[in-house]
Design a protein around this ligand. Structure first.
Ligand SMILES: Nc1ncnc2c1ncn2[C@@H]1O[C@H](COP(=O)(O)OP(=O)(O)O)[C@@H](O)[C@H]1O
Ligand SMILES: [Mg+2]
Length: 257
C-alpha cells in the first residue's frame, strides 16, 4: 500500500511551470529518490508536500488521507518531516536546543499549560529531552550535544538537521540534498545514515545530485525534467533508460559503497 500518493500535481510561478501534472507513489519502508537537473522542480515538489506552497491543481494523499490543502504544522503532525536544501539551523542555540525545537510538535500541551508548569507539562518536558537525546545519538551527534551550533562544521550541521527531523519520529522523512557540500568521507557516512533511517522503519523521500549516493541507497527513482516525469523505476531500470541517459545521466556511477 502506498504511504504517499501524488496525483496530477501542478505548480507555476508566474509564467514558469515548476511542476506539471506529476503523479507518483511511494511505498512504505523504501528510500525513494527524486532526481533531475537544477530547476527541474524538486524543491518545489518538497515545498508542496510539506505545505509551504499550495498546489495549483492535483492531490497529495498520505496514509490514505488527503493532505493537499493542509498547513505545514498539520502535515508535520500527520507524520511528514523534512530537511532543507539550505540549512535551517538556529545558530544562536546549542545542538540539543536545535533538536528540542522540533520535538514540541509531538506533545499535547499548549503554551498556556506550559506557562502554568502543570505536572503533565513537566512530564512531557522530560519526554521531549529524551527524544532529542535519542535522536542525537542515532545521528552520531551526542558528543556535540552542548556545543553552540555556530561553532560546528557544515557536515555536522547537515546531520543536526536530520536529527531534528527524526526526533518527531516521522513516518516519512524528506531530505533535500543531504550530501550537498559534503566531502567524500562525509558522503559515505550519509549513505550509511540514510540506510539506517530506512532500516528503523522510516520511509525516505530523497532529493540529491550525488549519483553515487543515489544509486547506493535508493530503492526507486523518479526522474524529473522541467517539472514532468521523465522516467520512474528501480536504479537498474533508470540507469538503462535511454531517455534518462540522453537527458541526464551520461557519466559513470560507482555502486557498492
Ligand atoms: N518561490 C518561487 N518563485 C518563483 N519561481 C520559483 C520559486 N521557487 C521555484 N521557482 C522556479 O521553479 C523552477 C523549479 O525550481 P526548484 O523547485 O527550486 O528546482 P530544483 O530544486 O529542482 O533545482 C525554477 O524555474 C525556479 O526558478
Ligand atoms: Mg532544489
Amino acid at each position: 500500500m502506498a504511504l504517499l500518493e501524488v496525483r496530477g500535481l501542478s505548480k507555476a510561478f508566474g509564467g514558469v511551470t515548476a511542476i506539471s501534472n506529476l503523479s507518483f507513489r511511494v511505498d512504505s519502508g523504501v528510500v525513494y529518490a527524486v532526481i533531475g537537473p537544477n530547476g527541474a522542480g524538486k524543491t518545489t515538489l518538497f515545498n508542496m508536500l510539506s505545505g509551504i506552497y499550495q498546489a495549483d491543481s492535483g492531490e497529495i494523499h498520505f496514509k490514505q488521507q488527503r493532505i493537499t490543502a493542509l498547513a505545514p504544522y498539520q502535515i508535520a503532525k500527520a507524520g511528514i518531516s523534512r530537511t532543507f536544501q539550505n540549512l535551517q539551523i538556529f545558530f544562536n542555540m546549542s545542538v540539543h536546543e536545535n533538536v528540542l525545537v522540533g520535538c514540541h510538535l509531538r506533545t499535547a500541551s499548549g503554551v498556556v499549560e506550559a506557562m502554568l508548569r502543570l505536572s503533565r507539562v513537566r512530564k512531557e518536558e522530560r519526554q521531549v529531552h529524551y527524544w532529542a537525546d535519542e535522536s542525537l545519538e542515532f545521528c552520531g551527534l551526542s558528543a556535540y550535544r552542548n556545543e553552540a551550533a555556530d561553532a560546528l562544521p557544515y557536515g555536522v550541521l547537515k546531520r543536526l538537521e536530520i536529527a531534528r527531523a527524526l526526533a518527531v519520529e516521522p513516518q516519512l522523512l524528506m531530505m533535500d540534498e543531504p550530501a550537498a557540500g559534503l566531502n567524500d568521507t562525509e558522503s559515505v557516512e550519509m549513505i550509511h545514515l540514510i540506510r539506517r533511517i530506512r532500516d528503523r522503519g522510516t520511509t525516505v523521500l530523497l532529493v540529491e545530485h550525488n549519483m553515487d549516493l543515489i544509486m547506493n541507497v535508493s530503492d526507486r527513482l523518479l526522474v524529473l525534467d522541467y517539472g514532468s516525469r521523465l522516467a520512474e523505476g528501480s536504479c537498474e531500470e533508470i540507469q538503462q533508460n535511454p531517455k534518462v541517459i540522453a537527458a541526464y545521466l551520461g557519466g559513470e556511477v560507482r555502486t557498492g559503497v
